[in-house]
Design a protein around this ligand. Structure first.
Ligand code: NAD
Ligand code: MG
Length: 386
């Protein structure tokens, strides 16, 4: 029985993780959960899965959660300390890091320091603090299993091969809802248009990141750290059907790919059960039902955020953390109707232009760079007129 803690149990990845756990009650047990704002769902999850510990991100929400869980045999805690308590709870073997954004950084680092294996969905932790995270993973000898579907595909395609034989990691991207929208129309697309992803059902922030393709940019940086690959070995192909989840090319010209229906339950199940495989409940792939698999080079004029992510990776040091922070602020401003879709990339670019990259040697320094990026991006947002 593998004992699991979930950071971000009420989100899209958290809920899918709990579905996998529920369908394998003899294989997985949830010992601790953490949630953000959806207290009702969190309380229902506690009733169903009976963890020993539950944490809510904002300590102001503690009285309400206590009320909702009145009579339940569960320890209730809150704030960053509470999230870290979930990440380090006794008996937990694997922590599913499914908080969105840099907010996941500190609890995920706490999990690794406590010797827990990590199933990582929260890509922003590797984007902001990749070198420190990989050092922590090595020092504490924990396993880091990717949940992101592309990285799970790469992980599955490199097992049994030597790193030096890899010539290219090819991440696939759906291209999101605006892959073919006339560039002129992009000026006036709405939040609803941007949230309308053709293939994947996900949280709001990553759905907007998919529309701008910043998501793929974050994934390029994530791949750089997970697979110890330089930027020029990581490329992106647009593949609108989202059937091939990514590929690895080798020195002999062979390419290994992983295929499946687009459903996060497959990579989540693999991250939880590796090296074994368990059923994920997703529909098996029938290639004869598909009309075709197509691939295109991404257009950086249409998707400037992808170019910005390569730039941040090239400049390195604190630049990816600042880029990520600016993206979080810009996406929030777009979702709240304060800036337009095309202004997301402009806010990020202007924030990066103002930043002098510097070395980050601790998580505290990463948090300071993150804070700097947020403040700069907020100030830039206020200068934008729609
Ligand atoms: P989501 O918004 O649906 O859920 C986020 C979870 O984190 C929720 O439980 C929320 O309550 C919690 N949370 C939010 N802010 C918090 C804070 N400040 N402190 C503590 N908890 C907080 O997001 P999601 O789509 O599930 O994505 C989670 C992570 O997984 C992201 O990093 C995303 O990039 C990554 N990811 C998601 C998918 C997907 O299909 N949804 C696929 C690949 C990777
Ligand atoms: Mg992905």
């Amino acid at each position: 029985m593998k004992q699991i803690a979930i950071l971000g149990s009420t989100g899209s990845i958290g809920v899918s993780t709990l579905e996998i756990v529920a369908s394998h009650p003899d294989t997985f047990r949830v010992v601790a959960l953490s949630a953000g704002k959806n207290l009702e769902l969190c309380a229902r999850q506690v009733r169903q899965f009976r963890p020993k510990l539950v944490a809510v991100a904002d300590p102001h929400d503690l009285p309400r959660l206590r009320e909702l869980l009145d009579g339940q045999d569960v320890e209730i805690t809150g704030g960053l300390e509470g999230l870290c308590a979930v990440a380090t709870a006794d008996g937990v073997q694997m922590v599913v890091a499914a908080i969105v954004g840099a907010a996941g950084l500190v609890p995920t680092a706490a999990a690794i320091r406590a010797g827990k294996d990590v199933a990582l969905a929260n890509k922003e932790t590797l984007v902001t603090a990749g070198h420190l995270f990989m050092e922590l993973v090595a020092t504490h000898q924990v396993k880091l299993h990717p949940v992101d579907s592309e990285h799970s595909a790469v992980f599955q395609s490199i097992t049994g091969h030597r790193n030096q034989d890899i010539t290219k990691i090819i991440l696939t991207a759906s291209g999101g809802p605006f892959r073919e929208t006339p560039l002129e129309r992009l000026k006036t697309v709405t939040v609803q248009d941007a949230l309308n992803h053709p293939n994947w059902s996900m949280g709001r922030k990553i759905t907007i990141d998919s529309a701008t393709m910043m998501n793929k940019g974050l994934e390029v940086i994530e791949a750089r750290w997970l697979f110890d690959a330089p930027a020029d070995k990581i490329s992106v192909n647009i593949h609108p059907q989202s059937i091939i989840h990514s590929m690895v090319e080798y020195v002999d010209g062979c390419v290994i790919a992983q295929l499946g229906m687009p459903d996060m339950k497959a990579p989540i199940a693999y991250a939880l059960s590796y090296p074994a495989r368990v059923s994920s409940g997703i529909k098996p792939l029938d290639l004869t039902e598909l009309s075709g698999l197509t691939f295109f080079k991404p257009d950086l004029e249409r998707f400037p955020c992808l170019g910005l992510a390569y730039r941040a990776l090239g400049e390195g040091e604190s630049m990816p953390a600042v880029m990520n922070a600016a993206n979080e602020i810009a996406v929030e401003a777009f979702l709240e109707g304060r800036i337009s879709f095309l202004q997301i990339a402009r806010v990020i670019e202007q924030t990066m232009d103002r930043h002098q990259a510097h070395r980050l040697s601790s998580i505290d320094e990463v948090l300071a760079a993150d804070q700097w990026g947020r403040e700069a991006a907020r100030a830039i947002c206020t200068t934008m007129t729609r």
